[in-house]
Design a protein around this ligand. Structure first.
Ligand SMILES: NC(=O)c1ccc[n+]([C@@H]2O[C@H](COP(=O)([O-])OP(=O)(O)OC[C@H]3O[C@@H](n4cnc5c(N)ncnc54)[C@H](OP(=O)(O)O)[C@@H]3O)[C@@H](O)[C@H]2O)c1
Length: 355
């Protein structure tokens, strides 16, 4: 009997000891968690303040500075896909900064109009090369371009040309020809033009190379799958190049715009209307050009940076879910517009890209 009481007492004693010890441990764990939490919170605040400060520097400091673009980079700039849209507007911005311009795209009438408009606005030389970056004969295409540019000191290359599907859709609804076009235009043109013009810049120890990627490259974006994948290629391409040629005197930049009202987004009335969040090409380019040399990777336009931050704050699954919903609704809108046009004109018509 006695031993049982002793057994109960000693068990109670051991239990109290264990509880006491555990309490001590939990207080310790609690303290560690509190420290970790405080560190995590401080880190987040530090990152957020850093991001805001960097955005202020990237988006505002260019306006205050007076870079001599010709002295810094060279006398000529090549802008691909520049008969209209972002490329046309970016070419204008470079011309305003004193650079002579070579425009490149498929449609000679549009190129000639852009040339005369830029020449009228800015006292620089403007030339153009009619070139289809989706050409079946890629070797011949780049030989011809190289010959046309041979006598010029190209200081800036803006790899702007890019194509999207006619409207967002799933892979198997995209014709093979369109897929080749995306590969040749979005990937091939930037790669081959940079390979052609970078040697001269490296030799002279000055120059600038820009690629126009897309906000859709920052996450996997369903219904723009091939488009966003080609843009992801550009991100990797330019950042690796910047590292390889970091001591060359050449400046590299990856621009990642979000929706901008151009022919590319003409499939949607909502996007075509534009506004603060969806700027027109001129507004976007005048902001983007100021960021050159200030950031190796930027949206180029502050409201797009807000969209980038929002995108970075959400998990991948939520981005993909949201993209699919948005792209479904944009496709419905595009199909409805096509149907309206078909009934008006009696034929199907492509809404976006046409030479
Ligand atoms: N708009 C947006 O919402 C948006 C968003 C993010 C990124 N971006 C990127 O920004 C860049 C410019 O887009 P954008 O909206 O300004 O497009 P855009 O208005 O459709 O203009 C595209 C330009 O490229 C030319 N082009 C198209 N296919 C060509 C080809 N096969 N060979 C040579 N030139 C060709 C077009 O001229 P021709 O038709 O005369 O050849 C035009 O000058 C693209 O890389 C695009 O991916 C656009």
């Amino acid at each position: 009997m006695r031993s049982t009481i002793n057994g109960v007492d000693s068990f109670k004693f051991v239990l109290e000891q264990v509880v006491d010890d555990l309490r001590g441990v939990f207080v310790g764990v609690h303290d560690v968690l509190a420290v970790l939490g405080a560190y995590y919170g401080a880190r987040k605040v530090y990152d957020a303040v850093g991001a805001v400060a960097e955005a202020m520097y990237v988006h505002l400091s260019g306006k205050a500075s007076s870079t001599d673009w010709v002295a810094s980079y060279g006398p000529w700039a090549v802008v691909t896909g520049s008969s209209e849209g972002i490329g046309r507007a970016y070419a204008n911005e470079l011309a305003l900064r004193g650079l002579n311009i070579v425009l490149m795209s498929r449609n000679e009438r549009r190129l000639a109009r852009a040339k005369s408009e830029i020449e009228m606005d800015c006292k620089v030389k403007v030339e153009y090369i009619v070139a289809d970056f989706a050409s079946d004969n890629q070797t011949e295409l780049y030989k011809t371009i190289e010959a046309a540019l041979a006598d010029k000191e190209i200081g800036m290359l803006v790899n702007n040309v890019g194509v999207m599907y006619d409207f967002p859709d799933v892979l198997l609804n995209i014709p093979q020809q369109k897929l080749w076009q995306l590969i040749h235009v979005n990937i091939g043109a930037a790669t081959m033009m940079t390979h052609m013009l970078l040697p001269g810049m490296v030799e002279r120890g000055r120059g600038g190379v820009v690629v126009v990627s897309s906000g859709s490259s920052t996450h996997m974006t369903p219904q723009m799958t091939v488009y966003s994948a080609t843009k992801r290629y550009l991100d990797y391409f330019i950042h690796s190049l910047a590292y390889e040629y970091r001591n060359s005197g050449v400046t590299f930049q990856c621009l990642i715009p979000f929706y901008t009202a151009t022919r590319m987004t003409a499939y949607s009335e909502r996007l075509s209307k534009g506004g603060w969040i969806v700027p027109d090409a001129a507004r976007f380019a005048s902001s983007a050009v100021e960021t050159f040399g200030r950031s190796q990777c930027t949206t180029g336009y502050f409201p797009h940076t807000l969209q980038l931050w929002l995108g970075q704050a959400v998990p991948n699954w939520l981005w993909m879910w949201g993209s699919e919903k948005l792209n479904n609704s944009l496709r419905q809108e595009a199909l409805a517009r096509l149907a309206r046009r078909a009934s008006r004109y009696g034929s199907q018509e492509v809404l976006g890209d046409s030479p």
